[in-house]
Write a protein that binds this ligand. Structure first.
Ligand code: DON
Length: 321
């Protein structure tokens, strides 16, 4: 691994496909028995997830995708969607407008904090916490709820390179237990910080979180950000290169919530986690690593996902610093 990593650092590219495949097989074996963390249960249907599920995928900006373990298992994208919806909205509104209307600073508080909104005089703070994600989703263009949903669903599908669909069970379960997000949306609205109706915005946000993906999809989505906005599988330009820069900056600041500093210190790349157990990590100009493993730490980040990404960052020489 040390030689592979050194070669990658000195060439500025990902190691050859064979070395990548060997590293994935090794890391999957190494962390197979890792049982750290607990499956999320505040959304009832998520508590039913098999905690042993474990998939890893790596997508190269050149278009190859390598995967190991439960790489085709579908799960709801949850907060990983926030990165890509932010990119789509940034593409529509531009660098300055999204900063003004959402913000790009960390809260240092949990992802669903109400206090963070209050402490910051109604600012949504950043697009990766729920308040900022709600404020971002409220900016999705479209003349009707259906059009705005298609903007989000189609946009995330273009990042993934295939048509993504709603997981109806997750959507129903989350809708039935959504008081907190609806409260955050109403609080933002009371400050004039939400572009649309709080109930409709919470519904659209809940739909985006309920899109079903597999870990391969997440890797391709991340590789599109690594590739300056062009999907490496389909060749389609999804967003501009400037939008990828904005999005990766926001991820570096807040992609793993109050643990984002620890993450950057250990892994050295922007990443985004979700409560169903996905984490996507972007190596700009090179590719993306995605891990799916449902057991989480106290901040809502997959424990095994973090450990695997840390290992691969070192083994493949991906740390940006
Ligand atoms: O809004 C929520 O609480 C969930 N739909 C998403 C939260 C989430 O994924 C936080 N991530 N680690």
């Amino acid at each position: 691994d040390a030689r592979t990593a050194q070669a990658a650092v000195s060439t500025g590219r990902l190691p050859a496909d064979r070395a990548v495949r060997a590293a994935l097989a090794r890391v999957h074996r190494r962390f197979q028995a890792d049982r750290g963390g607990r499956v999320a249960d505040y959304i009832p249907v998520l508590a039913e997830a098999d905690p042993e599920l474990f998939g890893i995928a790596l997508a190269h900006v050149g278009g190859s995708v390598h995967a190991v373990g439960d790489a085709d298992h579908l799960f709801s994208i949850q907060s990983v969607s926030k990165a890509f919806v932010f990119a789509l909205v940034d593409q529509e509104l531009g660098h300055h407008a999204v900063r003004r209307r959402v913000g790009v600073n960390s809260t240092g508080l949990p992802f669903n904090s109400v206090l963070a909104v209050e402490l910051n005089h109604g600012s949504p703070m950043n697009p990766m916490v729920n308040a900022g994600a709600l404020a971002t989703t409220a900016l999705a263009p479209g003349g009707s709820a259906e059009e705005r949903w298609e903007f989000v669903r189609r946009g995330l599908s273009r990042f993934a390179g295939r048509e993504l669909a709603l997981d109806e069970r997750v959507y129903a379960s989350e809708t039935a237990t959504n008081q907190r997000n609806e409260s955050i949306a109403r609080l933002l609205d009371s400050y004039g910080a939400l572009a649309r109706d709080p109930v409709a915005t919470t519904d659209l946000y809940t739909r985006q979180c309920s899109l079903a993906v597999c870990v391969r999809d997440l890797a391709v989505m991340g590789a599109t950000l690594a590739n300056g906005g062009v999907n490496p599988l389909t060749g389609e330009r999804v967003v501009d290169a400037e939008v990828c820069r904005d999005t990766l900056a926001a991820l570096a600041t807040a992609g793993l919530y109050e643990r984002s500093g620890d993450w950057l210190y250990e892994v050295g790349m922007p990443g985004k986690s979700g409560v169903s157990g996905g984490i996507v990590t972007v190596a700009p100009g090179k590719g993306s690593i995605a891990v799916f493993s449902p057991r989480l730490d106290g901040a809502g980040n997959s424990v095994r996902g973090q450990r695997v990404t840390h290992y691969l960052s070192g083994a493949l020489g991906l740390n940006l610093f």
